[in-house]
Structures are given as C-alpha cells and as structure tokens.
Ligand binder design. Sequence first.
Ligand code: AMP
Ligand code: FES
Ligand code: ZN
Ligand code: ZN
Length: 318
Amino acid sequence: MKCRVCREPAIIDIRRHNANFCVEHFLRLCRDQVAKAIDRFDMLQPGERVLVAVSGGKDSLALWDILGELGYEAHGLYLGLGIGDYSDASGEAVRAFARTRDLPLIEVDLRDHEGFDVPTAAAASRRSPCSACGLSKRHLFDRVALDGGFDALATGHNLDDEAAVLLGNLVKWEVDYLARQRPVLPAGDGFPRKIKPLVRLTERETAAYCVVRGIDYQVDECPMAAGNRQLRLKETLNDLERRSPGAKHDLYFRFLDRAVDRFVDPPPEDAGDPPSASVGRCDECGAPTTAAVCAYCRLRATARRAEPVALAPTRRRR
Ligand code: AMP
Ligand code: FES
Ligand code: ZN
Ligand code: ZN
C-alpha cells in the first residue's frame, strides 16, 4: 500500500477517495478537507474568533487541533454534564489536551454552575437523557459564545453524524429539521453562528488523525446514549458505504447542493413549544423562546427541585 502523493508506505486507505496516504499526506488531507469546508460554506473569515465545543472525544479534539493548525484563534468550551465517571474522564481528556498545548479553555460544570446534572434532569423531566442533555448543551453553547463575543461556535459533527441525522430526518420527512441541516447556521438575535467544519471527514478519519497526532481522547461512548437510533442509522450507512464507497458523502453533499434550499427555515423554537407561537424572550434568561420561560430554564427549575440521581460506576475500558 503506497501513498497516492509521495509513493512512500501508506498508513490508511480511504476508499471514497480511492487512495492511500502516508502520515504526512494523511494529516495534510485532513487539514485540507477542513479548510475546504470552511471556505466552501463561508464558515469563518481570517482573524475571526471561534469557540470550539469540546467533549473530549476524537472529533472535537481533532477539530480544535486542526483549527489551530490552520491559524485560527480557537478557544475550547467544555461542559461537565455530570454523567458519572464518563464525564470525569472526558473532562480530564479535554484539560490534558488544553494544558499540553497551552490553549484557552472555558469550563462550565452543570452541577456547580447551574445546580443540576444531566441524569437528574432526565429523570425529573421524564425526557430521554439525550434530549435533556441536547437542550442543555445547545442553550449553554449559545450563552457562552455570545457572552464571550465569539464570531462562531464550532462543533465536532462529522460526515457520519450529519449523514445519519439526514437519513433519520428523511425517513420521517421531518421538513423543519431538514431545512436546518446545514453545516453553517447564520447568527441570529440571541444565537451565535454555528459551524461544523468536520463535515468532509468521517469518524474513522478523525480517530486516525488523533492517533497519528498523539491526541489522547475519551474512547468510551456516553453510557446514557448506548443503542440509540442514531447508532443504528450509522450502521445502516456503513453497510451502504461498504458496498458503494462514497455513498455517505453523496447522500449529504448532494442534499446540500440540490435539496436543502427547497425547505424553508422555520423560526428558532424550543422543542416542545407550540409551533405557531411567535418568538419572544425568556423571562428568566432572555434567550429567544416561544413561551414565557424557555425550555432550558424550565428544565433547570424542574431538575433543581429533584433529588440528585446517583449513577452506578461504569466499567472503564482503559
Ligand atoms: P454529541 O451531541 O455528543 O454527538 O456531540 C456533538 C458535538 O457537540 C461534539 O462534537 C462537540 O463539539 C459538542 N459536545 C458534546 N458534548 C460536549 C461537552 N460535554 N462539552 C462541550 N462540547 C460538547
Ligand atoms: Fe448527552 Fe450522553 S452525552 S446524553
Ligand atoms: Zn505521502
Ligand atoms: Zn431561559
């Protein structure tokens, strides 16, 4: 197996590019793919300040690393979700990365700063853990990015994530979600610009990137999300990709090229609020909402009143 660029021994084959790459040219490919996504979708302008949401997993740490390599001033934001030793290990991975590279990291611990955690919020509100977690993450990402005056908030969603979400939304013809499934969402009143610069890389590639760069990431999946629908959709797409290399890429990028503009962006809303209501401001936090108090502030109030849920320790794989 030889590198397509230099003919030296290759370390990875990428079937959708029909090519193999050595270390140096694989790293260059990853940076080029991120630079291309940023450029093609106008994600960032030179000199803009970006806040990267880092979970401690391979994608967001690779993203933080690549943005730095591309010359962007990128701060990290880590949210401590209070999911037992999974969160402890995730936080450690993020801190170690920031420390060794001397990068600025903002930390918000849900329990310390907001008075609740994800397991308690899920149990008290009878939402699924991922729904309580997603609502909290979206709200806090917006708040920290706006308060810090950042130009954009970047997340580590990769091609596998975006293609799986797209497939799920297509299966159910969720037209409102389809309209918002873009790699860039422009800033709005109360929202920072949101960008997904890893959409041209798969999770296999971000994992390989971390290994090659010596980035120690949290390998365990969140114990509260195991077996969820998105994992099944990813498996389905991986089957398809094995038979037709490039299928994931085509599904997602042809959707962006040919279809997404046919769906009209709905106004921002909190999940669970009536769809027809007009957008106002949350009485408690000032965030955009269609109700008097936003879904996040309601979740937080419910969770704060509840007895904290103790998670059983999970078995660590490393
Ligand atoms: P997930 O929702 O777990 O699929 O994560 C999607 C993206 O959200 C990640 O790539 C990160 O950019 C961000 N993210 C997830 N969890 C956290 C966290 N605890 N703190 C900061 N960012 C996070
Ligand atoms: Fe949000 Fe697991 S990371 S529920
Ligand atoms: Zn090479
Ligand atoms: Zn609120």
